[in-house]
Design a protein around this ligand. Structure first.
Ligand SMILES: [Zn+2]
Length: 146
């Protein structure tokens, strides 16, 4: 059973997570809209087809070149713009995700990334190095949700 396996933020115990790029456990038929979890995709070879209409199932994530869901983006922007502190982890401030920091109007942007980037100077706090180690040191009480 792999359902939920790929949702690292959920496994890490995070709440109120917005999946900007979608969720691999919510794959869908582009013809009839039926939803399929990751288990279905992994167990139906060579191609996962819709049980109802036979159409090739689309991954629940945005593929390269596809637009992100506007409602999801708007919700993320709303939360970013109302936050007091923005923690950016695993990306730089010029990336597609990191550039969303432009909507932040709060007090401090804290950036944790594996490598430095010229855009780091826009953050108030920057930690460069092993992200897992830095996060564990910053949040030592965090436990895996299993
Ligand atoms: Zn279908």
């Amino acid at each position: 059973m792999t359902s939920g396996f790929f949702d690292l933020s959920k496994r890490a115990g995070c709440h109120n997570v917005i999946h900007l790029y979608g969720n691999i456990d919510r794959n869908f038929c582009p013809h009839c809209g039926r939803i399929y979890d990751a288990d279905y995709i992994l167990t139906h070879k060579p191609l996962p087809l819709c049980e109802k209409c036979g159409t090739l199932i689309h991954p629940g994530i945005a593929l390269s070149g596809e637009m992100l869901d506007r409602r999801t983006m708007n919700r993320a922007i709303e939360l970013i713009s109302s936050a007091d502190i923005l923690l950016v982890v695993g990306t730089d401030l010029q990336s597609r995700l990191g550039s969303m920091a432009k909507y932040f109007t709060g007090d401090r942007i804290c950036l944790i990334n594996a490598t430095d980037h010229y855009s780091d100077e826009a953050a108030d706090c920057v930690c460069i190095g092993n992200i897992a180690k830095i996060m564990h040191e910053a949040y030592p009480v965090a436990r895996s949700a299993g």
